[in-house]
Design a protein around this ligand. Structure first.
Ligand SMILES: Nc1ncnc2c1ncn2[C@@H]1O[C@H](COP(=O)(O)OP(=O)(O)OP(=O)(O)O)[C@@H](O)[C@H]1O
Ligand SMILES: [Mg+2]
Length: 507
């Protein structure tokens, strides 16, 4: 008899229902033929399914089997179809009634002995199954906790094929995994606390503004000034992830197979610090089976590019489009894929090749042309997308050796969260998340200036030769600074502070 079993493919971050049809075919008994655009790993299912059924003490039909994976237009990758194919074969041979699998979806890789192995992307699969109205989802035991993050669908952890057949035929039942309340598990990434950073009050303030409005930051300064240290501390003042954000981020990590098995939920904002030798695909995503790159792995978190000029102009230029669109599009033979990429860019660099240009203690040994060339490695359009430029001076000995504890990350984060709350209310019915996302339309709406502020902006534009983009940047930053201040109207001192965060030699 013809068997129908539902499974799921993952394309990009989204699930696609796959109808697995199994029927008797032509040829030698014991042979399985798979049609419907399978890749090599799917073709290898034949051997695994055959052995797993045999070794589970189930009978294999004494006829050849044909498996069709529909729709044929979707490319099937990986070993996750082993389980639905095996279930289909077993139904065909009347060992399990077709009716028991009608409202269920199956994914899992089989070992030759019939036990189940981990598959990636289970969170996307569970979300898709629920959206499509499936009532049950059967997954390998080790992936059940991840799938159970999605509410309103029964997730069954399957240890082995024979356990599953027992369950389906009314024998010993598998109990569904418990749905988890995840709201209490969201945490702060607190590896480095701001109180550990001595002095540097201005830079800490700049990072607080950046965190409050989601602005990109570039820190430049001499070696050992504490740039890397402070970038790492930034995560500890960012607001907690919301549940939806945590699930979005977890989905990306699930696709990349980067979830820790014990805690299948990403609970803190990601902090990614790729090395400058990273490949193009590693940074933006891609590859034979397209995977998200670093810019998607830092979605809702921080992408830290230390020694920014070393990344090279080509690499930095590919960041421009995702920084604007908050998503990255990867084209491939079967059409393009989109991954989310809404990250805060934090760059750190030395001002020149020797590192000491502008240092108050040590002489810079670079030729002026070398300094210009070094700084030119970061293109204008990229710099234009970075709202905050901060020069990090060297901390003097007195401050470094002082015992005085600065403000803790906890205290700073409370101010950041209050400012973010204002933005959540402001952008309620839009797709915007923070002030940094505002386009000129929103800037016009939310950054209105009174006469004295207008006057100040006018003078600043003339004296500092601000471009139109620079002007908008100052307004966005002023908005964030006013939000941190807890006031509705932008005031002169907010603008004055925002003006300090522009690049000295830009515009
Ligand atoms: N303000 C500070 N408070 C406490 N420790 C500091 C401070 N600045 C620097 N340090 C110490 O100096 C070390 C070097 O700092 P860091 O690596 O952040 O410098 P950097 O600016 O990134 O330098 P480079 O340009 O060489 O990358 C840190 O590990 C930290 O221990
Ligand atoms: Mg450094």
């Amino acid at each position: 008899m013809l068997a129908h079993v539902y499974s799921c493919a993952v394309i990009g971050l989204d699930g696609v229902t796959i109808d697995v049809e199994v029927d008797y075919g032509q040829g030698n008994p014991g042979r399985i033929t798979i049609v419907g655009l399978p890749d090599e790993a799917v073709k290898e299912s034949r051997e695994r399914v055959y052995s797993a059924i045999k070794n589970s003490e189930l009978a294999f039909p004494r006829k050849p089997i044909t498996v069709n994976l529909a729709p044929a237009s979707v490319r099937k990758e990986g070993p996750a179809f082993d389980l639905p194919i095996a279930v289909g074969v077993i139904i065909t041979y009347n060992q399990v009634p077709q009716a028991t699998v009608e409202d269920a979806m199956f994914v899992g890789e089989l070992s030759l002995d019939g036990s189940l192995r981990h598959v990636r992307g289970v969170l996307s699969i569970a979300a898709h199954a629920r959206a499509e109205g499936f009532k049950k989802l059967f997954v390998p035991e080790m992936d059940a906790a991840e799938a159970a993050l999605i509410p309103d669908i029964e997730v069954y952890p399957v240890k082995s094929l024979s356990d599953l057949v027992n369950h389906l035929t009314g024998g010993e039942q598998i109990s569904p995994a418990n749905a988890r309340d995840i709201s209490s598990s969201l945490e702060i990434n607190a590896e480095t606390d701001f109180s550990e950073v001595k002095g540097q009050e201005n830079i800490k303030r700049a990072l607080e503004v950046a965190a409050a409005g989601g602005h990109n930051v570039l820190m430049s300064g001499s070696p050992g000034a504490g740039k890397t240290l402070m970038a790492r501390a930034l995560c500890s003042i960012l607001p907690r992830l919301s549940i939806d954000e945590a699930l979005e981020v977890t989905r990306i990590y699930s696709i990349c197979d980067m979830l820790p098995p014990e805690t299948p939920l990403i609970q803190t904002r990601p902090f990614r610090a790729p090395h400058h030798t990273i490949s193009h695909a590693g940074m933006v995503g891609g590859g034979h089976i397209p995977r998200p790159g670093e810019i998607s792995l830092s979605h809702r978190g921080v992408l830290f590019l230390d020694e920014l000029p070393e990344f090279g102009q080509r690499m930095l230029d590919v960041l421009r489009q995702p920084m604007e669109d908050k998503v990255v599009t990867i084209s491939r033979a079967q059409g393009s894929l989109t991954f989310p990429a809404n990250f805060m860019l934090v760059g750190a660099m030395n001002p020149c090749p020797c590192g000491y240009a502008g240092d108050n203690l040590r002489q810079c040994t670079c030729m002026p042309a070398a300094i210009t060339n070094y700084q030119k490695r970061i293109s204008g359009p990229l710099l234009d997308r970075i709202d905050i430029h901060a020069h990090v001076p060297r901390v003097d000995f007195q401050k470094l050796s002082s015992q005085r504890q600065g403000e803790t990350s906890e205290t700073i984060r409370q101010r950041v969260e209050a400012a973010r709350q204002k933005q959540i209310e402001r952008f309620q019915n839009t797709h915007l998340v923070s002030n940094a996302d505002m386009t000129p339309t929103e800037i016009r709406q939310y950054c209105q200036l009174d006469d004295p502020c207008q006057q100040l902006m006018k003078t600043a534009m003339r004296q500092m030769r601000l471009t139109a983009r620079g002007y908008h940047r100052v307004l966005k930053l002023s908005r964030t600074i006013a939000d941190l201040d807890g006031v509705e109207n932008i005031m002169q001192h907010h603008i004055a502070e925002a003006l300090q965060y522009r690049a000295k030699d830009q515009e």
